[in-house]
Design a protein around this ligand. Structure first.
Ligand code: FAD
Ligand code: SF4
Ligand code: SF4
Length: 651
């Protein structure tokens, strides 16, 4: 272990120095440590939110489930650690298997371990937990009481399904309305099955429905087949989770040619089985997630050499025909190009997805803008005129003289999506979306709430996180309470009190009145403060020198090369096995919560810090301090790797 006084990060040899060389003369020694011969600051144990959790839009207790996987936090008697980890994770997110695969993992960008060598592979462990839960058929506990209230949820994508899950857990009855024949939203009709395999998706959806009390009305479009007024009459609240289903057309001359289609429609036609092959030369304009899916799917589908005009891919995309599966047997490789306004490094699609697409034979032109779709005599697109461009004040400006043409017989526009509010114009905020206030209420529409992409298109994890908060606000609305201010760090926190309860160690009940001399009483959690709702613990608060350089356990990928991609619809990610998932969870530094390293006990010069008796301790309650012995030297706080100790409690 590194010496406790070293903390500053040195890239060359991965050592950490707490203080700079020569920094041993303390001008404020007295105020920091001693006041004459008695101390005035002693350790206090402060729980804060780790930055991974603070950056997860679903607000998962990531540190918590990592601690369970690595064996630090023990499950209650009779429950396996796998089930306990799943329960902790799914408090926030009922789709761990999906998210572990396709979430771009903003949590990993925020992870403090980046300051040591590399982030914790949160996403990979999340997938392990999700897949294990499916393998073991873990279910959600059904609600113990019924509220008698009913909520209409419009849209059965990740936001709608998460809201149904969270509302049902609170005993409310829900009805999900969706205009597709199956639930899942973009998880089913946008993202291709080789990224979110359908058997995992179906299982995660069925597990929510197994809670009971969730009715589904499929193939029903609210605003067309059903009136809003009827919903208002039938239900106590309405939640809009309708997502963004309309792809933006190309805003250039010729962009409305019959063989110019939107990325979402192209993918929907592929995902519901209508589109079995594509064109010879496909050009997709984009740079985000949708465009990467379009080009990867186009490479997999390939083309067939002689196509009857009525079987052209755009005919399937527009819903006029469904390709015969047998025709796919004679397909050959398609020439697929992706163009992006932004440079390769700035493209919004996940970096590994872009790399995979290139490996699969997709050609990429970056830093270019479309100028015009060149039409043939038949009025169909035959090429796309492009030019190099610079982004000035967020707008593309072409570089003169750099124009070039790319041949195309299918042009796919994946430059953004908007809501489809046909029949629901009363909710339109003027930008094709629905407004939300801080409590996910639709302004000026009593009893109406909204979550997910229809507020602003983003990510699955964002839709899931918003739906959880919206469900909590609906619950409050239905119980007649005022909406309370939401916490600054609005995520699912570890609760020491709950943990103590789970182990039958909770503090005793007491008469709530002021008393002195409470240090030996058992009706408070002594010397502990929970600041997780307000504070995120940065890397500077940790003693990073404690952690040794340990490479991340990466998931392998099976990415087909070149023409081997044709007809390849297998999943590319190879999940971590149990040993590697546990080892990866072991890299977590437990930011903001004790992980029982014993440093404080070992280094305290006064033997003032001691371990709590085994039968009284639990996660976060492992050590305590004898204040009669403590001299306030703050060594324990310095050597605490997880930033769990603050010097305080004095005058
Ligand atoms: C191609 C593609 C790839 C993506 N890849 C990723 C990725 O890799 N990672 C990631 O995190 N995010 C990704 N996203 C974004 C992610 O899919 C969305 O952020 C997320 O699905 C939004 O969830 P939602 O529930 O708000 O809406 P949706 O998933 O769109 O679900 C809304 C549902 O409501 C239905 N509906 C709409 N209007 C009505 C109506 N009037 N009546 C009844 N039903 C209606 C829709 O048909 C749909 O089923 C991708 C998106 C696309 C399009
Ligand atoms: S949902 Fe996304 S951001 Fe949240 S823990 Fe999972 S990978 Fe990280
Ligand atoms: S080290 Fe662990 S607790 Fe800290 S930010 Fe990373 S995953 Fe979260």
């Amino acid at each position: 272990m590194a010496t406790p006084w070293s903390k500053t990060y040195r890239e060359d040899n991965h050592t950490f120095r707490k203080f700079k060389e020569g920094e041993h003369r303390w001008s404020n020694w007295e105020s920091n440590i001693f006041d004459a011969d008695h101390s005035h600051k002693c350790p206090t144990y402060v729980q804060r939110t780790p930055p991974c959790q603070g950056s997860c839009p679903s607000g998962e207790d990531i540190r918590g489930w990592l601690q369970i996987v690595r064996g630090l936090e023990k499950p209650p008697q009779g429950m396996s650690w796998q089930e306990y980890a799943f329960r902790r994770l799914s408090e926030a997110n009922p789709f761990p298997s999906q998210m572990g695969r396709v979430c771009p993992a903003p949590c990993e960008d925020g992870c403090n371990r980046n300051e040591v060598e590399d982030f914790v592979g949160i996403n990979a462990v999340e997938q392990y937990i999700g897949d294990t839960a499916i393998g073991c058929d873990f279910s959600f506990p059904v609600p113990e009481t019924e509220s008698g209230k009913g909520i209409a949820i419009i849209g059965g994508g990740p936001a709608g399904l998460t809201a149904a899950y969270q509302l049902r857990r609170r005993g409310h009855r829900c009805t999900i309305h969706d205009d597709h024949e199956a639930l899942g939203g973009m998880m089913r009709y946008g993202i291709p099955g080789y990224r979110t395999p359908r058997r995992f998706l179906d299982h995660e959806i069925d597990r929510i429905l197994a809670l009971g009390g969730i009715e589904t009305r499929l193939n029903v479009r609210v605003g067309k087949d059903m009136r809003v007024a009827d919903l208002e009459r039938e239900y106590d609240a309405v939640l809009w989770t309708i997502g963004c289903q309309s792809g933006r057309p190309l805003p250039v001359p010729g962009g409305d040619a019959p063989n110019c289609v939107s990325g979402v429609k192209f993918l929907e036609a592929f995902n519901d089985g209508r589109l079995k092959f594509t064109a010879e030369k496909v050009v997709c304009i984009g740079g985000g997630d949708t465009s990467i899916d379009v080009v990867s799917v186009a490479r997999r589908l390939g083309r067939i050499k002689r196509t009857n005009p009525k079987d052209r891919p755009e005919m399937a995309v527009h819903g006029f025909v469904a390709h015969d599966a047998a025709m796919a047997a004679v397909r050959t490789g398609a020439d697929v190009t992706l163009t992006s306004l932004l440079g390769r490094q700035e493209m919004t699609a996940a970096e590994n997805e872009v790399e995979d697409a290139m490996q699969e034979g997709v050609r990429i032109f970056d830093g270019v803008m479309p100028l015009e779709v060149i039409l043939g005599e038949d009025g169909r697109a035959r090429s796309l005129r492009m030019a190099k461009c610079d982004l000035i004040d967020g707008r593309p400006v072409m570089r003169k003289g750099t124009e070039f043409d790319i041949e195309a017989d299918l042009v796919v526009s994946a430059i953004g999506q908007g809501g489809n509010l046909e029949g629901l114009e009363e909710f339109d905020n003027g930008r094709g979306l629905i407004d939300a206030d801080a409590f996910y209420r639709v302004p000026d529409r009593e009893g109406h709430f909204v979550a997910g992409d229809i507020i602003r298109p983003h990510l699955l994890t964002t839709a899931i996180g918003q739906a959880s908060v919206a469900a909590s606000c609906i619950d409050r609305y239905l119980s007649g309470g005022d909406q309370r201010k939401r916490p600054r760090v609005d995520v699912h926190h570890f609760s020491l009190l709950e943990k103590l309860r789970e182990q039958h160690l909770e503090p005793e009940e007491y008469e709530r009145r002021q008393e002195w001399g409470t240090c030996f009483s058992n009706y408070a959690i002594h010397n502990y403060e929970d600041r997780s709702a307000h504070e995120i613990v940065p890397a500077e608060e940790l003693f990073l020198g404690h952690f040794t350089y340990t490479p991340r356990h990466r998931r392998a990928e099976r990415v087909p090369q070149g023409d081997a991609v044709l007809g390849h619809f297998e999943e590319r990610i190879v999940p971590l096995d149990e040993d590697r998932a546990v080892a990866e969870a072991g890299r977590c530094m437990s930011c903001g919560l004790c992980f029982e390293c014993d440093n404080c006990v070992i280094y305290c010069p006064q033997d003032a810090v001691f371990r709590v008796k085994k039968n009284q301790g639990t996660t976060g309650r492992y050590v305590d301090t004898d204040y009669a012995r403590c001299i306030g030297c703050h060594i324990c706080a310095d050597v605490c790797p997880s930033g769990y100790i603050d010097m305080g409690m004095g005058e």
